[in-house]
Design a protein around this ligand. Structure first.
Ligand SMILES: CC(C)(COP(=O)(O)OP(=O)(O)OC[C@H]1O[C@@H](n2cnc3c(N)ncnc32)[C@H](O)[C@@H]1OP(=O)(O)O)[C@@H](O)C(=O)NCCC(=O)NCCS
Length: 186
């Protein structure tokens, strides 16, 4: 892929086709999600050096945002993971959307929705995340509240909790749902 293509916005394709938010069930989706995480958290944000993987990956459920292409393989343009730490207490982490897909089609919001709704379907009563402070306004708009301001990996974060009444259980995350498609009137 050329530099120009890497930096070109994916907005036209996202608005034309939509993006499917779903559980990452196959190996290809999971590997692509890990590559995207490395691009965002290592290369872009430099929070980690070469790999952001940790022990949570062994128990977490990965979720992906999939953009179908005219030619070639579908592209993974977003990801998040969820895991349960004690009965009913779930966490979301490693939320990342490809730079070319941000602030178009609500891909990040869609990932947050499937993350919390899937946990809710698994009996979650408390859903928490450590959110980088610059993203706290986005989460506030999505019905999360701040429990504490903390430092994680040397960066300011908000420990936040989702209001589950806005996140009804979703149990068919293998199919998921589509965000971003622009409805056209004939
Ligand atoms: C944070 C992130 C996942 C958001 O993804 P996204 O797909 O751009 O989010 P959305 O498009 O769903 O955002 C929804 C709305 O919030 C707005 N928004 C997005 N990021 C915002 C921010 N940091 N502050 C305030 N508003 C924000 C968008 O403009 C959009 O508004 P709109 O609905 O009026 O158009 C993405 O910016 C990202 O991957 N950042 C780098 C990695 C990162 O910070 N991960 C999160 C760690 S906590």
């Amino acid at each position: 892929m050329s530099d120009v293509a890497e930096h070109a916005s994916l907005a036209p394709e996202i608005l034309a086709r939509g993006v499917r938010i779903k559980l990452a069930l196959d190996t290809g989706e999971r590997e692509a999600a890990r590559r995207l995480r490395r691009a965002v958290f290592c290369a872009e944000q430099k929070v980690f050096q070469e790999d952001d993987g940790d022990a949570t990956d062994a128990i977490a459920m990965p979720i992906v945002a999939v953009l179908e292409r005219d030619e070639g393989w579908p592209e993974i343009i977003g990801t998040v993971r969820i895991h349960e730490s004690s009965p009913g207490v779930w966490h979301g982490s490693r939320l990342a959307v490809a730079r070319q897909a941000r602030r178009v089609g609500s891909v990040g919001s869609g990932l947050i929705r499937l993350a919390v709704c899937t946990a809710h379907a698994h009996g979650c009563h408390t859903f928490l995340a450590q959110v980088q402070s610059q993203n706290a306004p986005l989460f506030h708009r999505l019905h999360w509240h701040t429990l504490a301001e903390i430092e994680v990996h040397g960066l300011p974060h908000h420990l936040m909790q989702a209001d589950l009444s806005f996140y009804p259980p979703i149990s068919d995350g293998d199919v998921g749902f589509v965000v971003g498609r622009e409805e056209r009137t004939p």
